[in-house]
Design a protein around this ligand. Structure first.
Ligand code: SF4
Ligand code: SF4
Length: 344
């Protein structure tokens, strides 16, 4: 199906009745999500991923998970979210988040009702990347810069409008409900979409080549072979333990529970946690199995490139590059991977 830009604005207005709609906007060189009210010129539906990871719409950075220790916790928010302009690297993050919170596999005891409700209720309107920034390296992780799965509707920007593809029954229903805004695909539209996809992929491939980023085929035993390497100590020298690399990452999912005393009751809160922070693994008796910063840096790579491939058959990195742009110490995951592969 095809939808013109004008009609897409009407489509967003229609979605607003049932969803809190979030769209990516661009300010200076940065893209971030904003609640949609009316269409504005700063909305960018193509280009590249926003600064915030998609996970922020599924497990909030801070949320109440129980009131007075009752098991029937109230869910935050009145309406579900519709997140528009989600990119393929963020959708790949679901593979890890779903594995953790959906209780898949025989070793899982718990499932997360908040995450599951959000996965069920929220709507994803993803979009193709139409360019790459210099930190993008998704192709090294086997991801193309356009969504293939895990969306309700995907849009591909071509001149004057978007090609739209439903990826779920919910997506089909929404397109049907707004069928007056959609039309048959114009002649040659798929060819134009494929040309933009090929152009974007070439830009990512250029990044990979210029930065000599190794392909995931070479990641097999880079952690075990480098477990006692000095690379960890060397890379950790500049780390300031801010935790940004974890919080911006679409696959990182660790959280911390704490109890908060309100005026008349206690609330159990959940906040995102970061494995780079000293107390992350500290136990009640005071012992800390990863008391050195380099151990925590190694642990981050261990989880992403050794633990998750073993338990879920996936690398817990999507090549989105957020941790590269976010790290104040300029620790670049691509360079660390390059060192690990070279030294393995
Ligand atoms: S580790 Fe870095 S590049 Fe990989 S998914 Fe997380 S934020 Fe993106
Ligand atoms: S973002 Fe950089 S400085 Fe901050 S914790 Fe991660 S590696 Fe360390």
């Amino acid at each position: 199906m095809y939808i013109t830009k004008n009609n897409f604005t009407k489509f967003l207005d229609s979605l607003k009745k049932d969803y809190d709609v979030f769209v990516p906007v661009k300010k200076d060189k940065q893209r971030f999500y904003k609640r949609y009210d009316t269409f504005s010129d700063d909305i960018v539906l193509g280009e590249v991923r926003a600064f915030e990871p998609l996970k922020a719409f599924y497990s909030r950075a801070r949320e109440k998970v129980a009131d007075g220790f009752k098991p029937d916790a109230t869910f935050a928010g009145n309406k579900p979210f519709a997140v528009v302009g989600v990119k393929a690297c963020d959708l790949k993050g679901f593979k890890v988040q779903d594995f953790v919170f959906f209780a898949k596999g025989e070793n899982h005891d718990y499932e997360d009702p908040f995450y599951i409700k959000n996965r069920h209720d929220n709507l994803i309107i993803s979009s193709d990347c139409t360019c790459a920034i210099d930190t993008c390296f998704c192709i090294a992780l086997g991801i193309r810069p356009y969504p293939k799965e895990d969306f309700d509707i995907n849009i591909s920007e071509i001149s004057g409008g978007f090609l739209a593809q439903a990826g779920s029954d919910k997506g089909k229903d929404i397109i049907n409900k707004n069928s007056d805004l959609f039309q048959d695909e114009p002649h040659g539209a798929s060819d134009k979409r494929d040309a933009i996809r090929a152009y974007t992929a070439k830009q990512v491939e250029k990044n990979i080549k210029e930065n000599e980023i190794p392909n995931q085929d070479l990641f097999g035993d880079i952690i075990s072979k480098n477990y006692d390497s000095d690379i960890w100590k060397d890379e950790a020298k500049a780390c300031v333990e801010c935790g940004c690399c974890n919080t911006v990452c679409p696959t990182c999912h660790c959280f911390l529970l704490y109890d908060q005393k309100n005026e008349d009751n206690m609330a159990r809160m959940r906040i995102w946690d970061s494995c780079l922070i000293k107390d992350f693994a500290r136990v009640a008796g005071g012992a800390n199995p990863r008391h050195k910063l380099w151990m925590r840096l190694r642990n981050r790579f261990d989880k992403k490139f050794d633990f998750f491939p073993k338990v879920a058959n996936i690398y817990a990195c999507t090549g989105c590059g957020r941790c590269i742009s976010g790290c104040p110490a300029k620790i670049d995951i691509r360079k660390v991977l390059k060192r690990l592969v070279k030294n393995a």
